[in-house]
Design a protein. Structure first.
Length: 238
């Protein structure tokens, strides 16, 4: 998170405050990327930074309109994890969310812990650090592919570990006609499973175009022909 220059992601003062927050020892089942979820997962880091300015202008000129819509999306996500899945939720957001409708944000805070970074800070490192600090059972909720952080891991081994962690611990929310769905990590690693005696399950690409955050879930089931014939013969003999 500090890297070669702490000012690239945050400030020394903010980093110290966040470290103190983590030292409190609270453990969370879910760490939710608040702004990413509220934006339907759209937007680059620069676009999300611009949203900080636009939110302020929107409140000043048009009332709570689209800001309220974003707050409601976040509320739906928090309610799902806190109420339906009964998980302990931490929302990582930005301080400009204080401009969002008070009633909605109060409801969110009643169901989850909220930690807001400075508006110009990079929030992804806070998200990842909070998830890792909470333990191996914790999941991250975001559509962000976190590519920037993969590229910063100069060690091939660390990069591989990060990708394995991401595949097993990142959940993505999708929306269709106002209804929210949770895309869970695959139950199995995307590699060949099995043996020559028991048969093989091998993942393959069926040519269907997927979203960047979607994981292929098509498998070939392969067994040796001799083994199949032997089992059929044994069944017939009975």
């Amino acid at each position: 998170m500090k890297g070669s220059d702490v000012f690239l992601n945050t400030t020394p003062k903010e980093l110290s405050a966040f470290e103190n927050f983590l030292r409190k020892g609270e453990l969370y089942d879910v760490v939710l990327d608040g702004l990413n979820v509220a934006m339907h997962g759209r937007g680059t880091v620069k676009e999300r930074a611009m949203l900080v300015v636009l939110d302020g202008l929107n409140v000043a000129m048009h009332g709570r309109g689209t800001v309220k819509e974003r707050a409601m999306l976040l509320l739906k996500a928090v309610d799902h994890y806190a109420t339906v899945e009964r998980k302990r939720v931490l929302v990582i957001g930005r301080k400009h969310m204080a401009w969002w409708p008070k009633k909605i944000m109060t409801t969110i805070r009643s169901m989850a812990t909220c930690y807001f970074t400075e508006d110009m800070s990079e929030d992804d490192p806070f998200l990842l650090c909070a998830a890792v600090a909470s333990g191996k059972q914790t999941v991250v909720v975001s559509r962000d592919l976190l590519r920037n952080h993969k590229f910063k891991l100069v060690s091939v081994g660390l990069n591989s570990i990060f990708q394995k962690w991401q595949r097993s611990r990142q959940e993505v929310l999708t929306w269709h006609h106002g209804e929210m769905s949770v895309l869970k990590p695959p139950e199995h690693r995307l590699t060949a499973h099995g043996s020559d005696t028991e048969g093989w399950h091998i993942p393959y690409d069926n040519g269907v175009e997927l979203q960047p955050y979607e994981i292929p879930n098509t498998w070939l089931c392969i067994r040796m022909k001799v083994d199949i014939e032997r089992k059929l013969s044994h069944s017939t003999d009975r």
